[in-house]
Design a protein around this ligand. Structure first.
Ligand SMILES: *[C@@H]1O[C@H](CO)[C@@H](O)[C@H](O)[C@H]1NC(C)=O
Length: 269
């Protein structure tokens, strides 16, 4: 009986998580997106009907960054300096939050963040709304096959981290480097800080963690040959972690667990 209840709780938790889901990148198409106009997934992969689900919940990692690692066969081409009109499928916008947009020239090993929106990202958007956010590819971005990531930390609700990736081709300089800051991971797993909910303007929102992101410069080899890149060793850094973050993580996980009982126990009575 107890076992059955535990299974029900787990199942209902999954349903609850799915129901809270949420937002995804639909332009350019996130990998294997079911959004209208998106290409079929690459061979051997299937359509992902849950591109709008977070990749972690309460500091518990569910999926890797990007969710999927095999790129689309065909890439959307953008010129360096071009502004991409990025589009989002809104299910629930969780009071908005922090967005980062990042590029990887080495198949998701190294990320350089090219744009950040603290706190107000997707704030006030409603289900079904056609939301567009312009993101500019830096004018000095080298040419190459690039993974474009949208990452989001929600303001309200279960502490989550979202990550969708699109496969693009940048038409820019022949080789060179691109600079920005490192990607901030949070709410992802116990290696990283947990940013508590920040529904009110005065609530701590972890913005200082964003301010502290280290600069990063990525070098890209030119002349159309195989693209390789590496972070500048002088700027690479270790993940952020502090005692406060860990404390929050435990507290939030515990509260979530306890709240599950209060919500679901009446169902068995
Ligand atoms: C957390 O995620 C990072 C990045 O994927 C990984 O390197 C690290 O090993 C993970 N840590 C734990 C405790 O799972």
């Amino acid at each position: 009986m107890l076992r059955k209840s535990a299974l029900w709780i787990a199942a209902l938790q999954l349903v609850a998580l799915a129901a809270y889901a949420h937002v995804d990148l639909i332009a350019p198409c996130a990998r294997y997106s079911s959004a209208p106009g998106c290409p079929p997934p690459p061979r051997g992969q299937s359509i992902d009907y849950n591109t709008n689900a977070p990749i972690s919940s309460n500091g518990i990692n569910i999926q890797p960054l990007c969710k999927h690692s095999v790129p689309y066969a065909k890439r959307t081409v953008y010129k360096a300096g071009e502004s991409i009109s990025t589009g989002y499928g809104i299910g629930s916008s969780h009071g908005g939050g922090h967005c980062q947009w990042a590029l990887s020239y080495d198949r998701e090993k190294t990320w350089v963040v090219i744009q950040t929106e603290i706190r107000t990202c997707l704030q006030g958007t409603v289900a079904g709304q056609n939301v567009k956010i312009p993101v500019t590819i830096p004018t000095d971005a080298p040419s190459g096959e690039v993974t474009f990531m949208w990452a989001w930390i929600n303001a309200v609700g279960v502490r989550e981290f979202y990550s969708n990736c699109a496969d693009i081709q940048v038409d820019g300089r022949d080789g060179g480097s691109i600079s920005g800051v490192e990607l901030l991971l949070s709410n992802y797993n116990t290696t990283y800080d947990l940013i508590p909910e920040f529904p009110n303007p005065t609530d701590p929102d972890g913005h200082e963690l964003f301010d502290a992101r280290k600069p990063i410069t990525i070098s890209v080899k030119g002349s159309g040959s195989s693209i390789t890149s590496a972070p500048d060793p002088s700027t690479s850094s270790k993940p952020n972690k502090n005692a406060a973050g860990r404390g929050w993580h435990r507290l939030q996980s515990t509260l979530f667990f306890i709240s599950t009982f209060f919500v679901f126990i009446p169902l068995y009575m």
